[in-house]
Write a protein that binds this ligand. Sequence first.
Ligand code: ZN
Length: 442
Amino acid sequence: MSAPSLNELRAKLDVDRAGELMHAFASELFPICRSITGAGVRETLRRISDRISLDVHEVPTGTPVLDWVVPQEWNIDAAWVNDPSGKRVVDLRENNLHVVSYSEPVHAHMTRAELARHVFTLPDRPQYVPYRTSYYERSWGICMTHEQFEGLPEGDYEVCIDARLDDGALTYGEVVIEGDGPEEVLLSCHVCHPSLANDNLSGIALATFASEALRGLALRHSYRFVFIPGTIGSISWLAANERNLSRITAGLVLSGVGDRGPFTYKRSRRGDTTIDRAVEHVLRMAQQPFDVFDFSPYGYDERQYCSPGFDLPVGRLSRSPHGEYPEYHTSADDLAFITPAALGDALSTLLAVIDVLEHDRRYQNLNPKGEPQLGRRGLYRAVGGAVDRRSAEMALLWVLNLSDGEHSLLDIAASAALPFDVVRDAASTLEEHELLAPVAGA
Ligand code: ZN
């Protein structure tokens, strides 16, 4: 029996059910205290690996990676603050965001004023705990709601951060779903944020479930899923894989895809590569609001993939842009902020984009002088429902007219403003009737 196709998989995908399972997976990962290195990343990768068998790589502390050096590994067992009455007012066990990531260890008594120098709050959002990091500068800090901090009395505070910074490793995971051809598609997400749902876990859930969906299918391209700590992880991955990058013909950074906002697509640095046109076409055809931005050297790991020395064709698929929603990098980016519907829709959208990458190619019309007589071949009025039939017939005409060896199916779908799969189906029908032939190597 031959392997099932992506089309068959997409036709049977239960988007609602997939969204529920993705949300459940995000919920499973939510309590883990992640950072750019350490036990939290390893545990996260282990849970992902339970589903999709990752290759896990450890890059030792001190390894030079491009212009950077892999830092010491950070691990934490506890962090708390006791107020002057001895009552525990902050505890890492209640929320991983309470400690600044990469805090150095401390155990000391101090006044409220001394404590205040190490406390981070959000006065404009007094009920949210902020997320803060100090990866490359030795310091320590406690994060709490502004409301709570305002209510703390004067007196003697006891602060403990039981953390360790040691030589160890930076950990990342990857898995390749092999296709028949030489081209590779890179799908990357970050795994370094602690209990934040949209910024981190939504991308992890999407990459994990997309990888699971593609496994076992007959595919034209290979799909490399990379689960890495932000910035230093993609830099380490690029340093280790520099010689293989020419295989990558398309890629996406997946992040922030679980909130209720519309999709946003950030173009690759080149701006007009196949992935850019594929995502834009899929979003346009979905008939829901969406936004497209040009590349900028700020954001997630697309900054590294699209640095000028690599300039990979990698865009970014998100919903609400990072930094532009009040819940971003706060305790309000929790499991209620992401929805099963948004996650399921993200999976279905990503698979639609992959369908374009799989089937986009150029064809030659074998009967280019005048239109071939479609009625005689049973190609007119051959399909069911009137709307479907009209789209299918329009697609036949568009494919015949633009299949001059220059335009690909994606070009044709964009010109015709028709869903890619309708155009793809028209091409395969015309090929069956020997009116169309694929252009070799295209
Ligand atoms: Zn972030």
